[in-house]
Ligand binder design. Structure first.
Ligand SMILES: [Zn+2]
Length: 150
């Protein structure tokens, strides 16, 4: 996976202790442009008809597509608003989303991960997890960049 920084590796290693075999990390850091591309991809898949080419600079070119997707139950953030842009969110995909979600909740219950939000995205087939910090026996890593020794 591209653009994985040390703090993301740290979280991913902890998650792997809990996740069912075969779970994939499908997305961590996405730029605003990546987010727009994602909206466009799903909108096209759902046969949305763009009146003009969608660009970040002009919200009017993509907002109708986003509303269209949300009516179809897509949980998808506006470009610029996604936790992925700050590198605070992990999308996990695999055969059984319920099992993946339970594994994440177990990591949280064990005190290994501090989690702000978990969303099961059925339409994108992933579990979206927003993590604030993660810890092992000797280290606590905050996703916004700080690490402390324990
Ligand atoms: Zn996500």
């Amino acid at each position: 996976m591209a653009r994985l920084e040390a703090q993301h590796e740290f979280v991913w290693n902890i998650l792997q202790e809990y996740l069912p075999e075969g779970t994939r990390l499908t997305s961590v850091i996405r730029t605003a442009q990546d987010q727009l591309d994602t909206i466009v991809k799903y909108a096209r898949k759902e046969k949305f008809d763009f009146k003009q080419a969608p660009t970040l600079a002009d919200k009017g070119t993509w907002l109708p597509a986003l509303s269209y997707l949300r009516k179809k139950n897509y949980k998808i953030a506006e470009p610029g608003r996604s936790a992925h842009q700050k590198g605070l969110a992990f999308d996990l995909s695999g055969k059984n989303l319920k099992e993946i979600r339970q594994a994440v909740e177990k990591a949280q219950a064990d005190g290994r991960l501090s989690i702000q939000k978990i969303i099961t995205e059925w339409s994108n087939h992933c579990v979206h997890v927003e993590v604030t910090s993660a810890q092992t026996r000797n280290e606590m890593v905050f996703l916004e960049g700080m690490t402390i020794s324990l």
